[in-house]
Design a protein around this ligand. Structure first.
Ligand code: SF4
Ligand code: SF4
Length: 261
């Protein structure tokens, strides 16, 4: 980029941008930005962070910067900025032994612990003290065990399943059912635990080799304990860590270079 303008503040204010440059502003007097490319209505001029879409947190601002960097790189290479690499996803098994996983898979039913605070009396006496006291090392240890390991997915290979029902029996939350396939509304109602949250799609496997029925999983209930995968005699279930790769400018640069050679 030729110029990067760093701004810190609480409100968008762009009186210093001439209105005849081809940069359109909306009714709030903030620039009109493409939410994917972060390009303004003037090609080659980009906005990110609060300047683009109003107040958000710093994590969003960093991501806006990454996306704008991709656009800037493509713009400099005279490539269409709206075309970019798709995100990638990778899955790796977490299995380390018959009953061993490389993640803490024990489900902890412990309730979320409240953060201890300095008393109101103290806070009024001293207005500049840290209010949250934090947890002790032991409390932190317990708190992290509450993680549901949402990044570790249950992966099912239908052709390996011998329909022994062992995974159904051991699942502590009854989120697995082997049944005949059917229309979604009716299928949801006849699962071991009816799946009432319509916003959560059901996992429905391919037809199982023995009977043609399907394995259905309600992800809403799963606590990612891995017991189904430990119990399965044929390794039809596995616990696999998913990693999402969101391309950045260096990946775009590499891809563009590779296309040139
Ligand atoms: S990971 Fe645990 S909760 Fe999820 S389907 Fe398997 S046994 Fe059930
Ligand atoms: S334990 Fe394995 S083989 Fe048995 S029903 Fe479950 S997935 Fe199929």
């Amino acid at each position: 980029a030729d110029d990067v303008i760093l701004a810190i503040g609480q409100e968008n204010a762009f009186p210093w941008i001439e209105r005849d440059l081809g940069i359109e502003f909306d009714k709030w007097d903030v620039p009109v930005i493409d939410p994917r490319t972060f390009q303004s209505t003037r090609p080659g001029v980009y906005f990110g962070g609060d300047a683009a879409f109003g107040p958000k947190n710093i994590i969003w601002a960093v991501e806006h910067g990454h996306q704008a960097a991709i656009s800037i790189h493509r713009h400099c290479e005279r490539q269409p900025v709206s075309e970019r690499l798709p995100p990638g996803m990778n899955l790796h098994s977490r299995k380390m032994g018959m009953h061993e996983w490389s993640y803490a898979n024990d489900y902890s039913p412990v309730e979320r612990r409240l953060m201890p605070h300095v008393s109101l009396k103290e806070r009024f006496k001293k207005l500049n003290i840290e209010v949250e006291l934090g947890f002790t090392a032991e409390q932190v240890e317990q708190e992290v065990q509450r993680c549901l390991n949402c990044d570790v997915q249950t992966v099912f290979i239908a052709k390996l399943c011998i329909e022994c029902d062992a995974c159904l029996d051991i699942c502590p939350v009854d989120c697995l059912t082997i049944t005949a396939n059917g229309p979604e509304a009716e299928l949801r109602a006849r699962l071991k635990a009816p799946a009432r949250n319509l916003a959560q799609p059901l996992y429905v496997s391919a037809a199982l080799p023995q009977t043609g029925r399907v394995m259905v999983k309600d992800e809403d209930l799963c606590v990612h304990c891995g017991l189904c995968a430990e119990r399965c005699p044929t390794a039809a279930w596995d616990m696999q860590k998913s990693q999402l790769h969101w391309p950045h400018a260096e990946d775009e640069a590499r891809a563009l270079e590779a296309r040139k050679t």
